[in-house]
Design a protein around this ligand. Structure first.
Ligand SMILES: NC(=O)c1ccc[n+]([C@@H]2O[C@H](COP(=O)([O-])OP(=O)(O)OC[C@H]3O[C@@H](n4cnc5c(N)ncnc54)[C@H](O)[C@@H]3O)[C@@H](O)[C@H]2O)c1
Length: 381
């Protein structure tokens, strides 16, 4: 194979941007040969804007067409694992949009299937893993330069979404349509990076506020406290009704501290670990000798990377994995980690208690089903 032939299921807001990237030739080694959407309006858009691309209404017909080697799944969340399962079973390389799905039992089954298809590439669109600042943070963590984790805190409240956003209707901002609010829609990237850089917690206590300052049935304000096996702690705060919001990640380790905010990473690297320093120090209020490393990306570059660069980088990497075996930046199997944290926060809120990982998946699904029923009852009033 010298070019990977791609199909996209779902050419709504995100899928259509993806399609244009392929058609513009941004994904070397790949060609878009088919797209699919149940919406006539979106298929009409495809007719006008995508030349030499077959258009389908039924995704299984596209998967069976023989026209594609790989599929990108860019539809509402509940459908991700269902369509990915069909695609892998039909021998297609599969790239799902975030989040991996809505509940983890479906993703465990999907991961087991993907593992059994070792000739097929399975990826997830965690495009923020290509952000140079998070990549550098990952390098520091993996090289042990931050040392043993003490604390990881992320405040990500700059997803301002007014009532008009939720009034668009459709699947967004509902339990039935997307399986939650800001945790499942806005935050999958940060929850993934949170575990990519800090590892998985063992216990979570989540507090969610439902419809804070907004007329919606899902959470739009969340504070979660986490504990890790080594005694480290984590805080994750997110909301969609604050303006201006904050986006600040802090990771404290035994050997240093890393802060990412406003397109800037500051790493303060201690000359000796705090443990070593403390073992011999005799002063009451000393400071530990350290050096600072600063990396920046401009607002314009960050925006350009987000709009064009990050998704393209994931598509190129996914294509190169198929063609040349390049290491995947975002393996599909890792989608379950961020989703586990998201599910655990919801479950903890619903049970008004601390949740240990792995979570009780059936308890999560039962509680989710209750929320869907309550939402339906409200809509029928
Ligand atoms: N990675 C990112 O940066 C990013 C950004 C935005 C959205 N997303 C994700 O992309 C996905 C799609 O979001 P969106 O904003 O494009 O939503 P959207 O509603 O604009 O588009 C979804 C499309 O899927 C189509 N669809 C629904 N069911 C279908 C089916 N059974 N078969 C074929 N098509 C079907 C709809 O008609 C619609 O056109 C979501 O998972 C979302 O979380 C990712």
């Amino acid at each position: 194979m010298d070019k990977v032939r791609f199909g996209i299921v779902g050419i709504g807001k995100m899928g259509s941007i993806h399609a244009i990237k392929f058609v513009a030739g941004l994904v070397k080694g790949a060609v878009l040969t088919a797209v699919c959407d149940i919406s006539e309006e979106r298929r009409d858009w495809a007719k006008k804007n995508l030349k030499n691309v077959e258009i389908y209404e039924n995704y299984n017909e596209m998967l069976d067409s023989g026209l594609i080697d790989a599929v990108v799944i860019a539809v509402p969340h509940y459908l991700h694992p269902i369509m990915a399962t069909d695609a892998l079973n039909k021998g297609l390389h599969t790239l799902i949009e975030k989040p991996a799905g809505v509940y983890t039992s479906a993703i465990r089954e999907l991961n087991a299937l993907a593992k059994s298809k070792d000739n097929l590439t399975f990826g997830i669109m965690y495009n923020q893993r290509t952000n140079p600042l998070y990549r550098y943070a990952k390098e520091l963590v993996d090289a042990g330069r931050i040392g043993e984790l003490k604390r990881i805190n992320w405040i990500i409240t700059d997803w301002y979404r007014p009532q008009a956003y939720y009034n668009q209707g459709g699947w967004r901002g509902t339990w039935e349509g997307e399986g939650g609010g800001c945790l499942i829609n806005q935050c999958p990237h940060q929850l993934d990076l949170f575990q990519w850089l800090g590892g998985m917690p063992t216990k979570i206590r989540g507090y969610c506020q439902i419809g804070k300052n907004r007329d919606i049935t899902v959470e739009n304000d969340v504070t979660a406290y986490m504990e890790y096996a080594n005694g480290a702690t984590g805080i994750f705060i997110t909301s969609t009704h604050d303006f201006p919001g904050t986006n600040r990640l802090e990771i404290d380790g035994d050997k240093g501290k890393l802060v990412i905010e406003g397109g800037k990473l500051v790493f303060t690297e201690l000359d000796v670990s705090e443990k070593e320093f403390n073992a011999t120090n005799t002063k009451f209020m000393p400071s530990i000798p350290s050096k600072k490393i600063v990396k920046k990306i401009s607002k314009i570059k960050e925006l350009a990377l987000q709009v064009v660069g990050q998704h393209t980088a994931i598509f190129r990497n996914f294509t190169n994995n198929i063609l040349f075996g390049e290491k995947l930046i975002a393996p599909g199997e890792e989608g379950i980690n961020g989703l586990t944290i998201s599910n655990a926060i919801h479950l903890s809120h619903w049970k008004n208690d601390v949740v240990e990982l792995p979570i009780d998946e059936s308890a999560f699904e039962e509680e989710l089903a209750k929320r869907i029923q309550e939402e339906k009852a409200l809509n029928n009033k």
